[in-house]
Write a protein that binds this ligand. Structure first.
Ligand code: CUA
Length: 336
């Protein structure tokens, strides 16, 4: 697929999507070019053939079913090919495969922060291993930004107040441009960075050489204690809030009979606006944490809650159901 490598119009193809997106783009360009040329040539031919000096006699044609069907169904067919092909690429890009490694991205005026689950954070850089599915879970601290890696052909809006995600599988180690692709204020054009694709072993080394501030879920666990969440969200059935062990990814029944999937956005919303979706059987007593929890802390909390369903004995703060682990302590002051 190296046909575009020597044309500077196209960025390098450095992800599994790049070839697919380019093929589709090439098809769209080819169809447009074909019809543009066809129409331009026809204009010239007719202009010459029926020019005034020849005094052409116009022949009245009263309609032709064959002609009508032809110019309806050929464009329809072409448009449907574009639609089906485009949707296929789009759905592939939107749905990360199971088992993809996750990295959190926070956009703000005017920088990109990345938070790796293992602990390291970075600004205006993103280190990823080659050959692995990487899912980005993204949010914004202020306005809408857009995370754009041309070499991967991935671009996704980053929106305040919710999580959006995209994913890629980088194929070639190297350094690639990272842009903000949504006008977001005066320094928008400076909201750039680089994506560093490394060999998996080098990536592991890079992770290990990080800041040593502990994993994301362990800082989330600390916050869970500090903010008093553990007071009500206990891992036994005595809590005033729902037990959070194993909740992530599951269907949750709400007070009003609706069911929602407990994904990242649901967890975030339930921390920011706890009254919006009350779990069936519970009363809306939880205070809002809006303004108290930064997007980065939110990511840590969400990661911690997600970790509560992994292997019970793992060291990252997973709680065992039915027991009262040390991290779920009764606080001295009771109301929260
Ligand atoms: Cu952020 Cu443009």
């Amino acid at each position: 697929m190296g046909i575009f490598n020597n044309i500077p119009l196209f960025p390098p193809q450095a992800s599994t999507f790049a070839g697919q997106v380019d093929a589709l783009y090439f098809f769209l360009t080819a169809v447009s070019a074909f019809f543009s040329v066809l129409i331009a040539v026809m204009i010239v031919i007719f202009a010459v053939r029926y020019r005034r000096s020849r005094q052409p006699e116009a022949e009245q044609i009263e309609g032709s079913l064959v002609l009508e069907l032809t110019w309806t169904f050929i464009p329809l067919g072409i448009a449907m090919v574009m639609f089906a092909w485009g949707s296929w690429v789009y759905f592939q890009q939107t749905r990360a495969p199971r088992g993809a490694m996750e990295i959190y991205i926070v956009g703000k005026q005017w920088m990109w922060k990345a938070q790796h689950v293992e602990g390291p954070r970075e600004i205006n850089q993103l280190h990823v291993p080659a050959g692995r599915d990487v899912k980005l879970i993204m949010t914004s601290q202020d306005v809408i930004h857009s995370y754009f890696i041309p070499a991967f052909r991935t671009k996704a809006d980053v929106i305040p107040g919710r999580y959006t995600s995209t994913w890629f599988n980088a194929t070639t180690p190297g350094r690639y441009h990272l842009f903000c692709a949504e006008y977001c204020g005066t320094q928008h054009s400076g909201m750039i960075g680089e994506v560093v694709v490394m060999e998996p072993s080098a990536y592991e080394e890079w992770l290990a050489g990080g800041t040593g501030e502990g994993s994301l879920s362990s800082s989330g666990q600390k916050l869970f204690q500090e903010l008093g969440c553990a007071t009500c969200h206990r891992s036994d059935t005595q809590g005033r809030g729902p037990n959070l062990v194993g909740v992530f990814g599951k269907q949750v029944r709400l007070n009003d009979g609706r069911t929602v999937v407990a994904d990242e956005s649901y967890l975030r919303e339930s921390i920011m606006n706890p009254g919006t979706k009350i779990v069936s059987g519970f009363t809306p007593i939880m205070p809002t944490f809006e303004g108290q929890v930064s997007e980065e802390s939110m990511i840590a909390l969400v990661t911690y809650i997600k970790s509560l369903q992994s292997a019970p004995q793992s060291g990252t703060g997973a709680m065992q159901e039915g027991t009262t682990p040390a991290n779920v302590t009764a606080p001295p002051n009771k109301n929260r």
